[in-house]
Design a protein around this ligand. Structure first.
Ligand code: NAD
Length: 240
């Protein structure tokens, strides 16, 4: 089994769902973990359960990301994750919704990665991993902002991987499929909608947050040192 003792990890969007499960798995593997999210109450509770420290920050705000990074200091592992961007039909997305999605989904992943990189490069070891989505390779009708911007994050991370590979820093993305969390309540419009989706998943079930978290933990390990610029789908075969 992998172990991460001596490594310090920052996991954002970690008061619930995939972020919280990732923080849990990294803690179990021995990492020192800092969790971040918007709402203090849930975050404080999560941090206490995990024996992690926490910083409240809204990831759609550049200044709050700067403050978060300053408070956390150097980290060895960054897990860039946040809530999903606005939903709706492709032709109906307003400029305001695009802008909101851009700040939350795209720029947060750019700003967090850029912020943690210098100290990783100087130490010659680092892991940068963004949580994206199954929509990266196969768009879903109601998620145009996610479809477009996750592809942007994926290719930006691949670009960054090219730049920093020789410094011992790997940069990858993990794309969850349909995973049983609060977010799915926004995605499924009805029980029939959910039943239809289950029929489309070769594994015939939703994924769990821990299944996504375990893939993230592998990419964060020493053992994954030669894997960079990759997108790892954890989707029960949906994207095949
Ligand atoms: P979730 O809604 O359960 O949890 C999201 C977390 O992000 C929470 O901790 C929340 O507080 C935090 N967050 C939301 N907005 C924030 C902001 N502005 N600043 C700081 N923190 C913020 O979501 P999840 O299901 O765990 O999904 C995590 C990511 O994976 C999302 O981007 C989601 O779109 C993506 N994803 C999820 C699924 C799925 O089926 N659950 C599938 C594909 C992609």
């Amino acid at each position: 089994m992998f172990e991460l003792s001596g490594k310090r990890a920052l996991v954002t969007g970690a008061s619930a769902g995939i972020g919280l499960a990732t923080a849990e798995v990294l803690r179990e593997l021995g990492a020192d973990v800092v969790v971040a999210a918007r709402s203090e109450e849930a975050l404080r509770e999560a941090a206490a359960t995990l024996s992690a420290s926490y910083v409240v920050a809204d990831l759609s705000d550049a200044r709050q990301i700067d403050r978060l990074l300053a408070e956390v200091g150097p980290v060895d592992i960054l897990i860039s994750n946040a809530g999903g961007p606005p939903t709706g039909l492709p032709s109906a997305v307003t400029d305001e919704a695009w802008q909101r999605g851009f700040e939350l989904t795209f720029m947060s992943s750019v700003r967090l990665a850029r912020g943690v990189l210098p100290s990783m490069r100087s130490r010659g070891w680092g892991r940068i991993i963004a949580i994206t989505s199954l929509t990266v390779n196969r768009p879903l009708l109601g998620l145009p902002v996610s479809n477009a911007l996750r592809a942007g994050v994926t290719n930006y991370y691949r670009s960054l991987a090219l730049e920093v590979a020789r410094d011992g820093v790997t940069v990858n993305t993990v794309a969850p499929g349909y995973t049983a969390t609060q977010r799915l309540a926004e995605v499924f419009k009805s029980p029939e909608d959910e039943a239809r989706t289950l029929q489309e998943i070769p594994a015939a079930r939703l994924g769990t947050s821990r299944e996504v978290a375990s893939a993230v933990a592998f990419l964060a390990s020493n053992e994954a040192a030669y894997i960079t610029g990759q997108e790892l789908l954890v989707d029960g075969g949906w994207g095949i």
